[in-house]
Design a protein around this ligand. Structure first.
Ligand SMILES: [Zn+2]
Length: 406
């Protein structure tokens, strides 16, 4: 058996990841073409491909066109070698998706959640995950990971520092989940997860400097710079919802005043609607307001116009700070696209520095409410394909403890 030093082992793993990534993106592709693309010699590519075939991550499929000699065997990525779970844990709902290793959806589950305390939500979450596991087709690796997007500050170790709209502080959701399922768990801020999802599968596919505005009950921003998620020193970057846009403005749960999300979120919309329509906000929903706007209700049209303007104020500040290629507006308020777009683009046109306006694209999420769930599922897949598959295979024999035991 070949014995490799630590460095050689690392180089080999890096090369293997590159080969797998190339197959994943460019399949069907031949060994010779991979070697050409990556500048690795044919023998190295061949031996790495053999390992990937043994590990069930790559399969051979027929022959391609010959460029002279023998027709080359074409390689495919085996996206059915395992499945990944992505959860968007909202303030009042849980959305879960089961995807294959290429991010194709197999099934999804959505539950409205009317409790917020950690133990009750954890119980419902585990039941949802168990349902997704049960729905997963049989495969070589089984479930390779669980990604969970949460509306709160998540540090680089995956601990939830604070989730104000859920009322959670210092929770170890990752270890609680790993103990139950014996599967690697990734916890990520939902706006970061959404940004990642849109970059890989949605509106951000062709851009590298993207700001994803997750406008739900609160507002969070996922920052993609040079194609990579930027999370800051401890993982807390992107808390733009608490950027102050009004000195001495409304009081915020963060302790500050005049924060952006108090004027431009779904919560802000419902509060304003309560005042202007004289209806208790408990009896109002974004969907109802959208319906009223469709019917031409003047009060509601003005309401959306004002929310669009406030959204633009925050977006203007971010554009002036980051000079991004693209802004993507996602999460719940993306539903109001037809009624906020005019106010938003007018404000940007008249206020944002003209140099920044050249070429900037302001788009709405393509994955709709699924950005975060797809994003965290893809994060789990990314971590698995970087080499964690050996670990997963080792653990997959252990089985899952039943969530109802908790
Ligand atoms: Zn605040």
């Amino acid at each position: 058996m070949e014995i490799l030093t630590g460095n050689q082992q690392l180089v080999k793993q890096i090369n293997k990841n590159l080969v797998l990534d190339t197959i994943k993106k460019e399949a069907p592709i031949s060994r010779a073409h991979i070697s050409q693309k990556l500048g690795l010699n044919k023998g190295t590519v061949s031996s790495l491909v053999n390992e990937l075939i043994e590990e069930q991550l790559t399969i051979e499929s027929g022959t391609g066109k010959s460029s002279g000699g023998r027709k080359p065997v074409m390689l495919l990525f085996n996206e059915k070698a395992g499945y990944s779970i992505g959860i968007d844990l909202g303030v009042n709902y849980i959305l879960g998706v089961l995807t294959d290793l290429q991010g194709n959806i197999v099934t999804e589950i959505r539950k409205n959640v009317h409790v917020r305390d950690y133990d009750s939500v954890l119980h419902i979450l585990k039941l949802c995950i168990q349902d997704l596991i049960s729905a997963s087709p049989s495969s070589y690796y089984g479930i390779i990971g669980i990604g969970i997007g949460v509306p709160g500050l998540v540090n680089n170790e995956g601990e939830i520092f604070i989730a104000p709209n859920l009322g959670w502080k210092n929770t170890h959701l990752n270890s609680d989940m790993e103990e139950s399922f014996h599967i690697p768990v990734i916890i990520e801020n939902e706006a970061n997860a959404g940004a990642y999802g849109e970059k890989l599968f949605g509106a951000g596919k062709n851009h590298i400097d993207i700001l994803y505005v997750s406008a739900g009950i609160g507002i969070g921003v996922g920052i993609i710079l040079k194609g990579e998620l930027f999370t800051g020193m401890r993982g807390f970057a992107g808390e733009m919802g608490h950027m102050i846009i009004r000195a001495d403005g409304k009081k915020c749960s963060c302790g500050s005043q005049g924060c952006w999300e108090l004027y431009a979120s779904e919560h802000a919309l419902l509060e304003e609607a309560e005042q202007r329509l004289g209806t208790d906000k408990k009896n109002l929903s974004l969907e109802q307001l959208v319906e009223l706007a469709e019917q031409g209700n003047e009060i509601v049209l003005q309401l959306f116009h004002d929310i669009g303007k406030y959204m633009a104020i925050g977006i203007n500040n971010m554009i002036n700070t980051f000079n991004p290629e693209q802004i993507i507006i996602g999460n719940r308020l993306a539903l109001a696209k037809p009624w906020i777009t005019d106010a938003l683009s007018t404000f940007i046109r008249t206020n944002t520095l003209s140099q920044h306006q050249k070429d900037i694209k302001i788009d709405f999420s393509k994955l709709s409410s699924h950005s975060a769930a797809f994003g965290v599922s893809a994060m789990s897949i990314g971590s698995f394909l970087k080499g964690d598959y050996n670990k997963v295979k080792l653990q997959s024999g252990e089985g899952f403890s039943s969530p109802t035991d908790c």
